[in-house]
Design a protein around this ligand. Sequence first.
Ligand code: EPU
Length: 343
Amino acid sequence: MSENQVNQGSDDMLYYVHMTPEQIQKFQKNFPSILVNEPMSKHTNMRIGGPAELYLTATDADELADAVEMANKETIPFYVFGGGSNLLVSDEGYKGLIIQIGFRDVKVREKTVIVDAGAITSAVARQSVTEGLEGLEWAGTLPGTIGGAVYGNSGCWGGEMKDVVVTVDAIKLADNKRVVYPNAQCRFGYRDSLFKHEPHIILRATLGLKTATDPASVKARMDEYAAQRKQSQPFTESSAGCMFKNFTFQDESELERLKNDVKEIPPEMLAKKSISAGWLVAQIGMKGERIGDAEISDKHGNFILNLGNARAQDVLMLTSKAKMKIRDEYNIMLEDEVELVGF
Ligand code: EPU
């Protein structure tokens, strides 16, 4: 799972230090609901993160575009996110403007669901099932927003956003133009999309579902996935979902290497050419390992829990240690799935 976010990274930003009081006043005048020094720990599922210099919940696409325009004019870095379910924000916070997508409209038109980026994915999934549709039931317990789910091509229980997205409406930040991309242009891959490579702000997605032939069985499937999640993943504690992407590969030579060098990898993972990062963390014996108040879940090795007052630094130390051990023992370099902000 992932958030809808954009990191503006032009070279001018290298010289950015702090906003001046005049700049802050300018934003306050134009966006009366804007917050100053807002703790990001209030907005992330991990409950970690220092203050954002400015924090705006944009209530529609125009307000969002106006805030981005002002940030550009003032050469202030900005970062856009949806639900905060997949973010690790630095203990020092974020110097610049953080914008949360606060528009969440959902329209169901027969088999098509037109949904704003800020809508909660699990709620959209449950609504689609209630309305007799099939195709999004796998997302009934997926954390985060639709924008984030599109951005990271989120998936679980065999479903993926790429299978339901018809079009995505966005702002392309290279020229600040509104664009509508059909699915084929979104370059979806495993936890990957065009939006991770070219800065955009996702505004809305149109999803194409099917009319359920047996709505009760679709509902039963959604309930079964929820039960599986409760059984295999930490559900009630604060976390950012999976910290690492699973290790996927295409190459036959990589398959041969793993078969020969690392005999204990379950054959079903080799067959899928996808090694569960959680399984790898379990193999190196790091489940339950704790630094400060950050702990690798005993239930699933790809989750780090905030047991109370964990700092971003504690989480990063744990992920770095896990990555190093897995690299040393398996010659596999795990990649972060979680998005890092303010580091
Ligand atoms: N496993 C272990 N120990 C662990 C974790 C997993 O032995 O600590 C084993 C399991 O027993 C199973 C295999 O590894 O045999 C795969 O585990 P699981 O079914 O939990 O799936 P996963 O590959 O670890 C992926 C997604 C999850 C998604 C689940 C279910 C990624 C990084 N993770 O996990 O997505 O919910 O499948 O479909 O792709 C997320 O993206 O944030 C996320 C949680």
